[in-house]
Design a protein around this ligand. Structure first.
Ligand SMILES: [Zn+2]
Length: 69
């Protein structure tokens, strides 16, 4: 599983921390979108919103960055 890393503000640690989330395989989703004639884009968006939660690597709390992305 690919992970993406970024920095952002953690409300629990009360400072900017290293954040991590599960990466989305966008190439796979692109191929599936082409095969299904675009219908897969709906699932692609849902997966990206649900799975793409930024979490603080120190305390594991979901970051407010979720609301921005
Ligand atoms: Zn934290």
């Amino acid at each position: 599983m690919v992970h993406q890393e970024s920095t952002g503000f953690c409300q629990v640690c009360n400072k900017n921390m290293l954040l991590r989330r599960k990466g989305t395989n966008h190439i796979l989703h692109l191929i599936l979108s082409l095969i299904t004639g675009g219908l897969w884009i709906i699932i692609w968006v849902l997966v990206t919103i649900k799975v793409g939660g930024w979490r603080c690597t120190t305390c594991g709390t979901k970051s407010a960055r979720d609301l921005l992305r």
